[in-house]
Design a protein around this ligand. Structure first.
Ligand SMILES: [Zn+2]
Length: 244
């Protein structure tokens, strides 16, 4: 069966002297393993569409059993701003690896557009640090452990939310707070906003206070560590890589 679908290459493995096996996350058919025959040859037409993070309309000779074959790809966005900026590139590749891990737990159809939009927005110049947080928050619902950020997890109150509890997976109001860690007030406001953002509609996103981002980042890192089997990197770990 021949099919045509939007897709993003999540991983590539060299095969024989001239080919690669690709894992393509497709919009319509989920994750597809395809053989890209001859794509490592300089003159092969598949060469430019068979690399990790390539985003194309792919035509695939699909086999339900065994490996499918790539017929052609037409680039939808070359993400050229990402490739010339080390930070954007590291964040984008990190996102792809993160999504790859999550797909092993849940291969929900909507994960494609989450990755697609995130890469487009990073390429368009929106803050990669914030885009990563938005995606990490959204992925929690696919992992079945989303945070309750709208109301107090103890009493359900929507006002006077005071801090965020790692153990309880959500907000604690002023009345219910007893002791322990208090989340920075600005960070608390920002995480609520980020959690609600629709990436499709987002046109501008910048950071001015990196300490706030660090606080949210540390929280998400701990939360993933404790409640998912997924490995996430802290923003600082990503930034350190940039210096190499
Ligand atoms: Zn409460």
């Amino acid at each position: 069966m021949q099919l045509k679908t939007k897709g993003i290459v999540l991983s590539e493995t060299p095969y024989s002297e001239t080919s690669k096996i690709l894992n393509i996350l497709s919009e319509d058919y989920g994750l597809i393993g395809v053989m890209s025959k001859g794509c490592r040859n300089v003159k092969n037409k598949l060469r430019g569409v068979s690399n990790k993070m390539n985003y194309c309309e792919y035509t695939i000779n699909y086999k339900e059993k065994g490996l499918s074959t790539l017929i052609e790809g037409n680039s939808l966005n070359s993400f050229k701003n990402v490739y010339v900026d080390m930070k954007k590139a590291f964040y984008s590749f990190y996102l792809i690896d993160l999504i790859n891990q999550v797909l092993k737990e849940n291969n929900h159809k909507n994960i494609f557009s989450l990755l697609e939009q995130a890469l487009i927005k990073i390429n368009d110049g929106l803050s990669p640090e914030l885009i990563i947080i938005i995606v990490e928050l959204k992925l929690l619902s696919f992992l079945g452990v989303d945070l309750n950020l709208d109301s107090c997890v103890v009493c359900g109150e929507k006002k006077d939310l005071y801090t965020l509890s790692l153990d309880m997976g959500g907000m604690i109001c002023q009345n219910c707070y007893q002791d322990g860690f208090v989340f920075n007030e600005k960070a608390l406001k920002l995480i609520v906003i980020l959690n609600k953002i629709d990436l499709h509609k987002l046109e501008k996103l910048e950071i001015d206070d990196y300490n706030i981002i660090d606080e949210i980042d540390n929280f998400i890192y701990e939360y993933y560590n404790n409640y998912t089997g997924i490995y996430v990197k802290k923003r600082k770990q990503l930034s350190n890589v940039n210096l190499m």
